[in-house]
Design a protein around this ligand. Structure first.
Ligand SMILES: [Zn+2]
Length: 387
């Protein structure tokens, strides 16, 4: 049942392709059949504003908490600074006078389009998971490969980590693909890569995280300059598949009740090397994944309140009594902290009795020492402040 029983326009407007609506609003974004990035029509920047055709949404990383996120109607409200009814008028014209039969028909068509979009998204997800599984099958154990040299280059030596976790493997000829307009994808490099398996909640592989290796570089990672953006490089690390809610599980000792989650592979391994607690160590892939969706609105940017409606977000397994999120140094530590806080609070709601901490990246220090200066998260701690 529609929330607007006598107006077909909200459903119709939100079933319109986001890229088409962005064109109507004359937003200048880059090319790409699925994702497009460019400056935000409200706050500028270079590539903080993005459209996702598959999910039919937009997001400005900067205005995210100020209306800069959502579907087609939200986009009109955001760019034109108008109300919901005004956005509908602008996009669809005035509310039509329709008979109940006409109304039902228009509603049905809009629902059909939405369902087709959802089906396409599900198909895309299944294909991406299939691609990730093929890459995993094509990879070999990390022992005796460039993965060991790469990790040593990152300060994680053989002596520190005598056995490389099985979650890390090696691919000799990993293809680096970039989006190539409507045509799809184009290969710009093929070479050795560290492959990390991302397991979903049910323990099956849903994505792979790859780091392209170049041992001639100081950091051991490949450098791929972008001809289209002088001075910028393509990222040396990429994730393929469905990572949401998943983690790279390095070690899960029998009987462990403590789970340590870091954002990066190297950070998490560093914490694991320093372990004296017999804890489990999982890499959360990225901050957004560790946090899940958060509540937005005035004063909530740094509040770290999880949106419990996010059914796909990462939640630790039932055996976890203590959850420790390792915080990396970041350009915006308040925002990082808010994200980690949201993830910890979500876990506390989902797993009653669980206790959570956020600790700074130990960088070779003993995690037990870090824990002595611990800050325990109070699940009832709320509020927050404005940006
Ligand atoms: Zn913005």
């Amino acid at each position: 049942m529609s929330r607007f029983p006598d107006d077909p326009r909200p459903a119709e407007a939100n079933a319109r392709p986001i890229i088409e609506v962005a064109d109507l609003l004359q937003i200048e974004v880059g090319r790409g059949s699925v994702e497009r990035q460019g400056p935000c029509p409200r706050c500028g920047g270079k590539d903080r504003f993005g459209l996702n055709a598959r999910k039919n949404v937009f997001l400005c990383r900067h205005c995210e908490h100020d209306g800069g996120k959502g579907g087609p109607v939200d986009l009109v409200m955001f760019v034109r600074g108008c109300t919901f009814p005004e956005a509908l008028d602008w996009l669809c014209g005035p509310k039509p006078e329709l008979s109940p039969a006409e109304l039902a028909e228009r509603q049905r068509k809009a629902d059909e389009r939405k369902a087709a979009q959802a089906a396409a998204a599900a198909r895309f997800r299944a294909e991406a998971i299939g691609d990730a599984r093929r890459i995993w099958a094509d990879s070999v154990p990390a022992e005796g490969t460039a993965v060991i040299d790469y990790l040593a280059r990152r300060g994680i030596t053989r002596e520190m980590l005598p056995r490389t976790p099985a979650a890390l493997r090696f691919q000799l000829a990993a293809r680096y693909m970039i989006p190539d307009g409507a045509a799809g994808w184009r290969e710009i490099h093929r070479g050795p890569a560290m492959v990390a398996g991302v397991l979903g909640r049910d323990g099956t592989l849903t994505a792979v995280h790859r780091t392209w290796i170049d041992l001639d570089r100081p950091k051991g990672k490949i450098v791929l300059p972008r001809p289209d953006k002088p001075g910028e490089d393509w990222p040396a690390k990429k994730v393929l598949g469905a990572k949401k809610g998943g983690a790279i599980r390095f070690v899960t000792p029998r009987g462990a009740d403590t789970l340590v989650v870091g954002e990066g592979i190297e950070t998490t391994l560093s914490a694991m090397i320093a372990d004296r607690m017999g804890a489990a160590y999982w890499c959360g892939v990225d901050l957004g994944n560790m946090a899940g969706q958060r509540m937005h609105g005035k004063g909530l940017k740094y509040a770290g309140i999880p949106d419990m409606d996010d059914a796909e977000a990462f939640v630790p397994p039932e055996w976890v009594r203590r959850l420790i999120y390792v915080m990396d140094g970041d350009s915006d530590p308040r925002l990082t902290r808010a994200q980690l806080l949201a993830g910890i609070r979500r876990a506390m709601v989902a797993r009653p009795g669980l206790r959570g901490w956020i600790v700074p990246c130990p960088e070779g220090a003993d995690l037990n020492d870090v824990l002595l200066g611990k800050v325990e998260i109070d699940a009832t701690e709320g509020g927050g402040d404005d940006a």
